[in-house]
Structures are given as C-alpha cells and as structure tokens.
Write a protein that binds this ligand. Sequence first.
Ligand code: SF4
Length: 102
Amino acid sequence: MDSIGIGEGEAVWPAIIEDLRKGVLKRQYRAGRLIDMKEVPFMKKELFENPECYHIETTRGCPYACDYCSVTEFYGNKYGHVRLKTSSVRLKTLRQDDFLCR
Ligand code: SF4
C-alpha cells in the first residue's frame, strides 16, 4: 500500500489525485471535516461492475451510539442527509427492476 485516506472519500480524494499526478504522494491523507451531503455526487451507474446493482446514498451518520456499531465512531454522532427533492430525482433514475441496496 502506498497511501491511505482517512475519512470520507470526497474530503481526501482530490488531494490524493492531485499529489499522485505531481508524483508527491503522501503516506496518509486525513479528512479535516465531514462532508455536506449536498457535495456528494450522484454515482454513475455505468462505473459499477454490475450496473444492475448500485445504490443511491441518501444519508450518512447516525445520532445514536450503539456499542457494536462503527458509524458514530466515524461520523461523531453527526447525521447528514440528501434533500428529499434530490433523493426523489435520483430514485426516478432507477428502473423498476433495478436492485436498491440501501
Ligand atoms: S446500529 Fe449504528 S447506525 Fe444503527 S442506530 Fe445504532 S449507532 Fe446508529
């Protein structure tokens, strides 16, 4: 492994790509903030190995803290969601027989 990103991908990925292009890849990239769900792009179906099975992300995080769960460790009891209108637009792109994972 050359490098590791810690935190949400949207927060660390741009710096990793930029440094990789410059040939100055660091060992570690750490997200300094949680991502606003408005910044999360709609995943491109055609990039999935099986385009028949992909997911539409509508939330991240959780306000609870169940002992066995890593979600709040990662997000720190924060909860973010995509606006209902955005979610419904995304859901409308699904075909009736598409498999919705989450
Ligand atoms: S299991 Fe995790 S995601 Fe589910 S309610 Fe508990 S802390 Fe939240």
